[in-house]
Design a protein around this ligand. Structure first.
Ligand code: HXC
Length: 262
C-alpha cells in the first residue's frame, strides 16, 4: 500500500511497533505545518489502533530535524503567529498521546527539532547527534516548550547557558545530562535500540503501560505531594484490572504472564 503521506514515512517494523521517519531530506527535516498535519494524523491513528502498542519517531542520520522552517517563518507577523496559533498544532497531539512515543535522535536536533524530541516520552540518541536551541541567534526564543522542558531536564543554569548563547550540545552530553536515556555509537544502533525498547514495552500489559506513562507525566506538572497521591490512586485502581491478577499470579506460579489488556 502506498503511503498516504508526503513528509513522513510510516511502517510497522516489529509486531505492535510503529515507526515514523521524518522525510524532508532537502531541508534537513525542517519543521512546518504540512509535516505536522501528517505526523499528527499518523500518531492519532497509531494511538487509536489496538494492534499498535508503542511508536518510534526518527529522522535521518544527518538530521532528526534542523528546527522550524526559518524560510517559512521569517515573514510571519504577530497576527500570523499568535492569531493562527502557529505551533499549537505542533505540540497539542504529540503531548496528549496515551501510548509511549520514543524518539531516536541522530544528526541535528536544533530549535523546534530539539523541542520535538523533548515532547517525546523517551529520547535515545547517538554520538553523531547535535542538539541545541539556537533561536537566540535568530532574534527569538524557543517557542515549542524548549525553555520549559529543557530546563526541567537539565536544570536552570545549564539551560540558561545553552538558550542564551545558542550553543549546541552533543548526543553524548544529552545522555550525560539526562536529556537522553541512552546514547549509542551509531545512528543505526540508536534506531534499533529504540525499536527494541518499543517491542519490550509492547510485551507489557497495555493498561499498566498507559497508567505508567500517565503518572510519570504528572510528575512534570504536579508538586510532590499531589503527584504521589495521584500515583497512589492510579496504582490502587489497577487492582481492578485482570492484568494485575494475571501478572502477580504468573509470578507466584513462576510462569510468563499472558496479558489480557483488561
Ligand atoms: C529552513 C533549513 C533549516 C531550517 C536547514 N535548512 N535548516 N531550512 N529551516 N531550520 C536547509 C538549508 O537552508 C539548506 O537548504 C538545506 O537545509 C541544507 O542545509 P545546509 O545549511 O546547507 O547544511 P549544513 O551546512 O550541513 O548545515 C546544517 C545546519 C544548518 C547546521 C543544521 O542548516 C543550520 O544552521 N540550520 C538552521 C538551524 C536552526 O537555526 N534551527 C532553529 C530554527 S528556529 P538549501 O535550499 O540552501 O539547500 C526554531 C524555532 C522553534 O526552530 C520554535 C517553534 C517551534
Amino acid at each position: 500500500i502506498e503511503s498516504p503521506y508526503e513528509h513522513i514515512k510510516v511502517s510497522t517494523p516489529k509486531p505492535g511497533v510503529g515507526l515514523i521517519t521524518l522525510n524532508r531530506p532537502k531541508a534537513l527535516n525542517a519543521l512546518f505545518t504540512p509535516l505536522f498535519i501528517e505526523l499528527n494524523d499518523c500518531l492519532r491513528k497509531f494511538d487509536a489502533d489496538d494492534s499498535i502498542g508503542a511508536t518510534v519517531l526518527t529522522g535521518s542520520q544527518k538530521a532528526f530535524a534542523a528546527g522550524a522552517d526559518i524560510k517559512e517563518m521569517k515573514d510571519k507577523s504577530f497576527a500570523d503567529a499568535y492569531g493562527h496559533d502557529f505551533i499549537e498544532l505542533w505540540s497539542s497531539t504529540i503531548t496528549s498521546l496515551k501510548k509511549p512515543l520514543i524518539s531516536a535522535v541522530n544528526g541535528y536536533a536544533l530549535g523546534g527539532g530539539c523541542e520535538l524530541a523533548l515532547m517525546t516520552d523517551i529520547i535515545y540518541t547517538s554520538t553523531n547527534a547535535t542538539f541545541g536551541q539556537p533561536e537566540i541567534k535568530l532574534g527569538v526564543i524557543p517557542g515549542a516548550g524548549g525553555s520549559q522542558r529543557l530546563t526541567r531536564a537539565i536544570g536552570k543554569s545549564r539551560a540558561m547557558d545553552l538558550i542564551l548563547t545558542g550553543e549546541n550540545f552533543s548526543g553524548k552530553q544529552a545522555y550525560e545530562w539526562g536529556v537522553a536515556a541512552k546514547c549509542f555509537e551509531t545512528p543505526e544502533e540508536c534506531v534499533e535500540g529504540a525499536l527494541a525498547t518499543a517491542e519490550k514495552i509492547v510485551g507489557m500489559g497495555r493498561l499498566a503501560v498507559k497508567a505508567a506513562k500517565e503518572v510519570v507525566n504528572k510528575s512534570q506538572d504536579l508538586g510532590i505531594r499531589d503527584g504521589v497521591e495521584y500515583e497512589r490512586r492510579i496504582f490502587h485502581g489497577l487492582f481492578g484490572s485482570r492484568d494485575q491478577k494475571i501478572g502477580m499470579t504468573a509470578f507466584a506460579e513462576k510462569k510468563k504472564a499472558e496479558w489480557s489488556n483488561e
